[in-house]
Design a binder for this molecule. Structure first.
Ligand SMILES: [Zn+2]
Length: 177
């Protein structure tokens, strides 16, 4: 298991357009494995390569913990409906914001064998697909947030630097000085 560092908003790598993948080399395969490990470790449901500093068009998504998808050079074919709800990003830990997304998405992508396939998603899967694909073009969900970004109430219990209570308030912020 190899974890990679997740880049945080403000890192220029998150603002660039990623390049198409022509061939799944051993390095790309390793990248994909590491992206899954990194995503699961961070309790995320999706991760795009630029979030680990690699400007290639690949994302991994697993919204249930048992439904892993690799999308190489993905392209949205169809969207329908609308959903409005909270969204977060591993590149902006501790924050969440309300974003409206399509409720249904159909995407065409390549798998690890560079075989073309289509994936359809609704609700959370649709949201994750659209969110992750935007990373490949250098965009973050904060550009679409309705109203203000909010702090996530109560943080991860396995952050060992904090003592577990509400760490994302003014008190925590003042401790950084
Ligand atoms: Zn994200």
């Amino acid at each position: 298991m190899a974890l990679r560092n997740i880049r945080i908003m403000g890192d220029p790598v998150l603002e660039k357009r990623c390049k198409e993948i022509r061939e799944v080399t051993p390095r790309i395969n390793e990248l994909i494995d590491d992206m899954f490990d990194t995503m699961y470790e961070a309790c995320g449901v999706g991760l795009a390569a630029p979030q680990v500093g690699i400007l290639k068009r690949v994302v991994v998504i697993d919204t249930t913990g048992e439904d892993p998808h690799v999308l190489i050079n993905p392209e949205i074919l169809e969207t329908a409906g609308e959903q409005t709800g909270p969204e977060g990003c591993l590149s902006l830990p501790g924050k969440t914001g309300i974003v409206t997304r399509p409720n249904y998405v159909k995407v065409r992508a390549y798998d690890r064998d560079m075989k073309e396939y289509e994936l359809e998603g609704e609700e959370l899967l649709a949201r994750a697909i659209v969110h992750e694909l935007e990373h490949l073009d250098g965009h973050m969900y904060v550009e679409k947030v309705e109203g203000e970004l909010m702090n996530v109430a109560g943080s991860d219990s396995d952050t060992d630097e904090e003592d577990g209570s509400a760490v994302l308030d003014d008190h925590a912020a003042s401790e950084e000085e």
